[in-house]
Design a protein around this ligand. Structure first.
Ligand code: ADP
Ligand code: MG
Length: 252
């Protein structure tokens, strides 16, 4: 089994606020890891550290077999900037807010980074983008601007845009949290299809149905620690950690 993400002893603080206190996370190829836990527990910060949107203070991270940073006696040492950028590009990220480029059509949103950052052949990228749009059910929105789309459609474009970079891993940070309830299903469906295709995914989510049915592993984070992790059965049916038990009582 190939390890796609190995994060060991991750520490991160903002000013004096210790947000991640020695987090370990391992994600194997094809796994779907759901990260759950109370607000403020450090879930978003963890995702942002994995793809270098934040710099960690201590610990080591290996992505897709390549070292991003290595723990040292003083904290951590990152690889060269060029390598950091290349490794970060192995991860596609989808945020709670869709963050589409408002002045670009759907197709332009998809091809922007593959053409301008990855320097790939434009005609080929367009062909692939059209396939991705079909996959998320938005072929007819190819030349439309984001403001003309519903939240669920925008989020599906955001997923297709991340996929257009051909990532080895997809990170999702509460992708359905800002959607009206009737629109969450279409986004979860697109994510479920990705999971069925064995995409390696880390999903921060409050959608316990998704975590239960789609995740291969569930990680419960609170107070900057992984309090408990295991299969969906272990986490939802036989939780051991007291914080997890009370969290589940409140949300289920
Ligand atoms: P979660 O995603 O689990 O709700 P976050 O990772 O967003 O938690 O936040 C964890 C803690 O870190 C919170 O107390 C939050 O206010 C704080 N925090 C997150 N990002 C920053 C930042 N850029 N600067 C200062 N504090 C931050
Ligand atoms: Mg968050």
């Amino acid at each position: 089994m190939t390890t796609k993400i190995k994060a060991t002893n991750i520490w991160k603080k903002f000013n004096n606020l210790e947000v991640l206190k020695g987090i370990d996370l391992e994600v194997n190829e094809g796994e779907v890891v759901a990260v759950i836990g109370p607000s403020g527990g450090g879930k978003s910060t963890l995702l942002r550290c994995l793809n270098k949107l934040e710099t960690i203070d201590k610990g080591s991270i290996t992505i897709d077999g390549e070292e991003l940073c290595r723990e040292t006696s003083g904290g951590t040492e990152y690889v060269k900037n060029n390598d950091v950028r290349r490794i970060a590009c192995k991860m596609g990220m989808v945020f709670q807010q869709f963050n589409l480029f408002p002045h670009m059509t759907v197709l332009e949103n998809l091809i922007e980074a593959p053409v301008n950052v990855q320097k790939r052949d434009k005609a080929e990228v367009i062909k692939e983008a059209e396939v991705l749009l079909a996959k998320v059910g938005l072929s007819d929105k190819r030349d439309v601007y984001p403001r003309k789309l519903s939240g669920g459609q925008q989020q599906r474009v955001a997923i297709a845009r991340a996929l257009a970079m051909k990532p080895a891993i997809m990170l999702f940070d509460e992708p359905t949290s800002s959607l009206d309830p009737e629109l969450t299903g279409e986004v979860l469906r697109a994510m479920r299809e990705l999971a069925d295709e064995k995409m390696t995914m880390v999903v921060v989510t409050h959608e316990m149905g998704f975590a239960r049915e789609v995740a291969t592993k569930v990680v419960f984070m609170a107070d900057g620690h992984v309090q408990e992790q295991g299969s969906p059965e272990e986490i939802f049916i036989n939780p051991k950690n007291e914080r997890l038990k009370s969290f589940l009582k409140v949300i289920l």
